[in-house]
Design a protein around this ligand. Structure first.
Ligand SMILES: NC(=O)c1ccc[n+]([C@@H]2O[C@H](COP(=O)([O-])OP(=O)(O)OC[C@H]3O[C@@H](n4cnc5c(N)ncnc54)[C@H](OP(=O)(O)O)[C@@H]3O)[C@@H](O)[C@H]2O)c1
Length: 300
């Protein structure tokens, strides 16, 4: 706010506060001077009155008893006044209070802007992670695979075993859902899987896949599958490795054999994953090896 004086010069709020403060100081010093004058005159008057009306020459100083005590008390009051003007008002007066308040407000403003920056940073991280995961918070992204004891899942872009029950297990779980796979896995199959929405991930921009959606990243694939409560990542090795961090569940068929191959399932970190169920099956004429169905849920 601007204040205009008679000479039309502009005085801002700070200058006005300084003038008011200076005027108040002059006033209080004037009062102190009057107080001092009254004190001197008053004390002399009391001492004289005591001397005139109550004088006893042989009792020395204590003869001036009442005037002595009044003057002492007045001196204490005067010293208190003096202290107020020169110490209290100077250092912890209104101006001091204002400065302290200003400093406090400045500190608060710095803290608020720091908090704002922290919040903005956190909001950015959350937005980025949501963008990265691109999955609906209600959906359970599930990796489904069959791996040997040494984590082999395939060789020369082919499956390496015939397990009829595992095939049925796969069909039952994935029916009606989105199935997301790498380009090589898609090419290893005779055609797109029926009764499922097939998504193929490739870096090739002009890749065409019959009866399948083609995308260029896992994020895009999950974006497409957002409406599905349980989209499945069905392989192969590269895509499992890419997706395991974003997944919520693993349906793993552990085939009880060690075998050679060139595509692998990633290691399941026991800190990140909890085994919640298992069901063992035995080798027979339709199933080449013993195997166990395991379900792992990601630790929250
Ligand atoms: N046992 C099981 O449960 C199971 C399940 C599925 C598959 N498999 C086996 O696994 C083997 C295939 O696995 P694989 O690891 O070789 O291949 P894959 O994971 O099926 O596909 C790899 C391809 O995916 C694309 N890709 C990978 N990362 C990408 C990214 N970040 N962005 C965009 N595209 C990306 C690339 O396609 P482009 O080269 O076109 O760019 C890459 O060549 C086969 O032997 C198959 O039989 C086994």
């Amino acid at each position: 706010m601007l204040f205009k004086n008679k000479n039309s010069s502009n005085i801002n709020d700070d200058q006005l506060a300084l003038i008011e403060y200076a005027q108040a100081r002059i006033k209080s010093k004037k009062k102190l001077f009057y107080h001092f004058s009254f004190f001197i005159v008053g004390s002399i008057t009391f001492l004289l009155a005591n001397l005139v009306f109550d004088y006893k020459s042989d009792l020395a100083l204590l003869e001036y008893q009442w005037s002595y005590w009044i003057c002492s008390l007045w001196l204490i009051i005067f010293i208190f006044h003096l202290f107020n003007v020169y110490v209290t008002n100077k250092f912890i007066g209104k101006k001091w209070e204002k400065e302290q308040l200003k400093k406090l407000i400045e500190l608060q403003q710095i803290r608020i802007s720091e908090l704002k920056a922290e919040l903005e940073k956190e909001a950015r991280i959350i937005a980025e992670s949501e963008l990265y995961s691109n999955k609906s918070p209600k959906s359970t992204v599930t990796l489904i695979a069959a791996a040997s004891e040494n984590n082999v899942i395939g060789k020369d872009n082919k499956l390496i075993w015939h397990l009829s029950d595992d095939l049925k297990h796969f069909k039952d779980l994935t029916k009606g859902h989105f199935v997301i796979m790498g380009r090589k896995t898609f090419e290893s199959m005779p055609k797109a899987l029926p009764n499922r929405t097939n998504i193929v991930i490739t870096r090739k921009l002009d890749y065409q896949a019959k009866n399948a959606i083609v995308v260029n990243s896992l994020e895009q694939a999950l974006q497409h599958a957002k409406g599905d409560t349980q989209p499945f990542i069905i392989g192969g090795g590269e895509i499992y490795k890419l997706a395991i961090e974003n997944a919520d569940r693993i349906e793993l068929t552990r085939v009880h054999t060690s075998i050679e191959g060139d595509a692998f399932f990633p290691e399941i970190n026991p800190v990140r994953w909890k085994e919640v169920s298992s069901e063992k099956r035995f080798k027979d004429d339709k199933n080449e090896y013993d195997f166990t169905f395991y379900r792992y849920n990601k630790n929250k």
